[in-house]
Design a protein around this ligand. Structure first.
Ligand SMILES: [Zn+2]
Ligand SMILES: [Zn+2]
Length: 146
């Protein structure tokens, strides 16, 4: 092997290691932020926060890492919000209320209806892993404002 090729290979492999490292750091930061945040942030909001620590990060890598985290089952996404997909740590079955005025997402205190999954599975011969249920209306704040 010629030296040039060897060097080239070395540069390539160290570069991909660097990318891997960057991705891992990014994902770590995303998870930490989602852990702190109760607001179901959008990818844009996550991007703005991560950028403070990693100024060279791009929105598309944030998206990519969110998709990876979702595939790993560590993050779940809510795409029924008016404008954006919102993200949160995957913390089991729970339901959401979305304010149609201010777009705020809240968790609601309802027991998950797990029997729905088995009912659907039985009746339609499907494998049902989970379901989503969302309530829409006006939050307490928006009810006050007239
Ligand atoms: Zn509201
Ligand atoms: Zn949630």
């Amino acid at each position: 092997m010629q030296l040039g090729i060897i060097l080239n290979v070395m540069v390539k492999s160290s570069k991909s290691k660097q990318n891997l490292f960057r991705d891992t750091t990014q994902r770590q930061l995303i998870l930490e932020y989602l852990h702190r945040s109760l607001a179901h942030p959008t990818a844009q909001e996550i991007f703005r926060i991560i950028k403070k620590t990693l100024p060279r990060v791009s929105l598309s890598t944030i998206y990519r890492n969110l998709i990876i985290l979702e595939k790993q089952g560590r993050v779940s996404s809510l795409s029924y919000s008016k404008n954006f997909t919102r993200f949160e740590l995957n913390h089991g079955d729970h339901y959401h209320f979305i304010c149609e005025k201010c777009d705020k997402v809240e968790h609601v205190n309802l027991d998950p209806l797990l029997e729905l999954n088995s009912q659907l599975a039985r009746r339609h011969d499907l494998v049902v892993n989970n379901h989503q249920l969302t309530f829409f209306g006006f939050c307490q704040n928006c009810q006050k404002k007239k």
